[in-house]
Ligand binder design. Structure first.
Ligand code: SAJ
Length: 428
């Protein structure tokens, strides 16, 4: 194949499919035989808008094939996870990246390009290069040799938003970080074949940091909004009203408070910066703490509301980590709902149109999954945890008599939402 994509997850599979759509022959590599079989049938194992049709088409046209074993290619794209190590200290675990690089090294030949896309701590691409250099002393490595190196190595992070992956994969601008300028130019030529956005070349370390900075920037800004929401609760103010008004200032753009920050990126990547510079990152570290702390504030406020309505049925609206997607991993909404279910048992009902059943931790709590109509008919306490469109569109008439805790601010017309703030969370 021309291109080999290592890792067929939320980034690797759409990337492989988009490259194939551009007419290149792609081999997709995954450790899971099940994933490989699914893709080779023209089906997909993840949910993403329009991805099923695209994968089906490129597999049928013979442009995308999946396998568990690597084969020679001209360009290798590594898109494997970089989770935390299991040391409880938020240490980045780059072992999947390094073992992917080892795999690639085994089939590498002169003229090839290796691109790392996985979110990685600064220095990982050079580390990967050093590992390949040790394994393949026959090849001249960029930055380590005299004259023209045999291979090109670059770091090119993705920045796509789940739910808009295919759109953003082609239209977003990209940072192309070469180990050397020549590496950057080779990687640039590759991305130009399927990216419409502007591709900006830089060095690998700057590109690694850029990816981390983008997500840390968002985390810090969400932390500001979340802190304001806790302050507003203490002062008996409507935070949504305050933010709406402040955002009319031409240079103020405050993000939206919520039940905390979920997903696999924004709550993780800032730690990679903290880990690289622990003494220089008080703000980034504190923001993480504020966002994680918001979950517990929401649990306390929701529990107080439930306790003040001893006979009422409760509906938790939403489990997903954000609006209009079916991804429940690392979701603050799910944690809040499960905590309430453990505490209040069969009084708790969960509405999640994107779920067929409740996640495992709800087992034996007595909580039920119900639809939004049933919730509006039977529950007197509503706790909004996700801003799904179906919840947003519920008219005031169907909820005005209910006790509501709206953690996402989707119902600005709800009468005096702050009235339900319990005394212990109120200061003034
Ligand atoms: N959230 C808020 N308030 C806001 C915005 C978001 O509470 O105003 C919450 C969401 O509800 C969710 C979490 O933050 O729980 C993260 O959602 P998100 O939409 O901000 O981001 P992700 O995790 O879906 O995707 C992010 C994106 N990064 C940035 O916007 C800087 C995406 O572009 C990246 O490609 C992705 O991380 C990634 O893979 O790194």
């Amino acid at each position: 194949p021309e291109v080999c994509v290592v890792g067929l997850g939320y980034i690797g599979l759409p990337t492989a499919a988009v490259i194939a759509r551009a007419g290149m022959k792609v081999l997709g590599l995954d450790v899971s035989q099940n994933v490989v079989d699914t893709i080779n049938r023209g089906e997909i194992h993840i949910e993403e808008v329009d991805l099923d049709g695209l994968v089906h088409g490129v597999v049928q046209r013979g442009l995308l094939r999946a396998a568990t074993a690597i084969a020679p290619a001209d360009v290798f794209v590594i898109a494997v996870p970089t989770p935390f190590a299991k040391d409880g200290k938020h240490t980045p675990d780059t072992s999947y990246v390094l073992s992917a690089a080892e795999n690639v090294a085994a089939v590498l030949k002169s003229g090839d390009t290796i691109i790392l896309e996985s979110t990685s701590p600064v220095g990982t691409t050079e580390q990967m290069r050093d590992l390949i250099a040790r394994q393949r002393p026959d090849l001249k490595m960029p930055g380590l040799c005299e004259g023209t190196p045999d291979v090109a190595i670059a770091y090119c992070p993705e920045r796509v938003l789940p739910g808009r992956i295919l759109e953003e994969l082609t239209n977003n601008d990209r940072s192309i970080g070469g180990i050397t300028p020549r590496c950057a130019r080779k990687a640039l030529a590759f991305y130009k074949r399927f990216v419409r956005g502007t591709c900006v070349t830089t060095d690998a370390r700057s590109a690694e940091m850029t990816k981390l900075v983008e997500n840390a920037y968002r985390d810090v800004n969400i932390a500001f909004a979340n802190e304001l929401s806790v302050v507003a609760d203490a002062m008996g103010l409507d935070v949504w009203e305050v933010i709406r008004l402040a955002n009319r200032h031409p240079r103020v753009n405050i993000l939206q408070p919520g039940p905390g920050v979920g997903g696999h990126c924004i709550a993780v990547d800032p730690w990679f910066i903290v880990h690289g510079a622990p003494d220089e990152t008080p703000l980034i570290r504190t923001a993480r703490g504020v966002n994680d702390g918001k979950i517990h504030h929401v649990i306390a406020r929701a529990a107080a509301l439930v306790e003040s309505h001893p006979d009422a049925k409760i509906a938790c609206l939403g489990l997903a980590f954000k609006a209009n997607i079916d991804d429940f991993r690392e979701s603050p909404a799910r944690l809040v709902a499960a905590t309430l279910a453990r505490r209040f048992g069969d009084r708790v009902h969960v509405v999640e149109p994107y779920a067929a059943q409740l996640p495992i931790e709800f087992t034996d709590t007595g909580a039920h999954l119900i639809d939004v109509d049933t919730a509006l008919e039977t529950c007197d306490v509503l706790i909004v945890l996700v801003d799904h469109d179906v919840f947003k569109s519920v008219p005031l008439a169907e909820r005005e008599d209910k006790a509501v805790y709206d953690t996402r601010g989707i119902w600005p017309d709800q009468p005096t939402p702050s009235a339900s703030v319990p005394d212990n969370l109120r200061k003034a």
